[in-house]
Ligand binder design. Structure first.
Ligand code: ZN
Length: 236
């Protein structure tokens, strides 16, 4: 079973600062996303899946419909895996309801309509729910398990400078990665972009994302579009 953990906005400097050994795995580093005009989540994950830069295609849908962009399995590396479980990955198996709610929450927060606790609550609840499903599926019989987690991004947007809170999120992700590593399978952890502090808030970092592998892949500073061939070569 190949395992891919997609983590939105995992900031490499925090991974090291919080000493997240499981997220770092055996090999880790930064990706290069400088080919993209902006570090947009839906664009980057779609491009990761397809193994090519899909910025033009996604942006052609316009701001409002961009998030509806959806690839067929045949356009991605996913079709190479027989029995697969792909959960919540933007550009393929995205949970619209939850993420619409999160974007509304962001609006409300920045309009001072809800407190930071009210903002965090549904994000953390959703994270726990997906995490529990992931831990259950680790015992399943799949060729590919690909789960996506976005709490580091959503919570990061309003609390990135709050290291006590971000440390807890990273610790939780690290624990989840540790449980997955315990399976002894080939595992790739990847993030679309990093995060940088803007006052107490956070914004997507335009230059790099994060990667780590449980196996030697000689990646150094890969483009996010180069993982498709690696996955098809090393993880099938
Ligand atoms: Zn993102």
């Amino acid at each position: 079973m190949a395992i891919i953990i997609g983590i939105d906005a995992l900031e490499p400097t925090y991974v090291e600062e919080f000493n997240c050994r499981n997220l770092m795995q055996k090999h880790f580093g930064r990706t290069d996303i400088s080919d993209f005009s902006e570090p947009r989540t839906i664009v980057l994950w779609s491009s990761f899946l397809a193994g090519k830069n899909l910025e033009k295609e996604v942006l052609a849908l316009g701001d409002k419909d961009m998030w509806h962009f959806s690839l067929k399995a045949e356009q991605t590396f996913l079709s190479k895996f027989g029995k697969r479980r792909v959960v919540d990955v933007p550009g393929f198996a995205y949970s619209r309801e939850q993420h619409l709610l999160e974007r509304n929450q962001l609006k409300k927060f920045f309009n001072n309509e809800i407190s930071i606790e009210e903002f965090d609550k549904p994000v953390l609840e959703y994270h726990q729910k997906i995490k529990e499903r992931f831990l259950e599926d680790l015992d399943g019989n799949f060729d590919l398990l690909f789960y996506y987690f976005n709490a580091a991004d959503v919570i990061g947007h309003v609390s990135f400078a709050n290291k006590a809170k971000m440390g807890l999120i990273y610790k939780d992700l690290d624990e989840l990665a540790g449980r997955a590593a315990g399976k002894g399978q080939k595992m790739l952890i990847v993030s679309d972009h990093g995060m940088q502090a803007v006052g107490r808030f956070g914004d997507h970092c335009p230059d790099y994302g994060f990667w780590s592998t449980s196996f030697e892949a000689d990646l150094r500073h890969p483009k996010i579009t180069s993982f498709r061939s690696l996955i098809e070569k090393e993880m099938l």
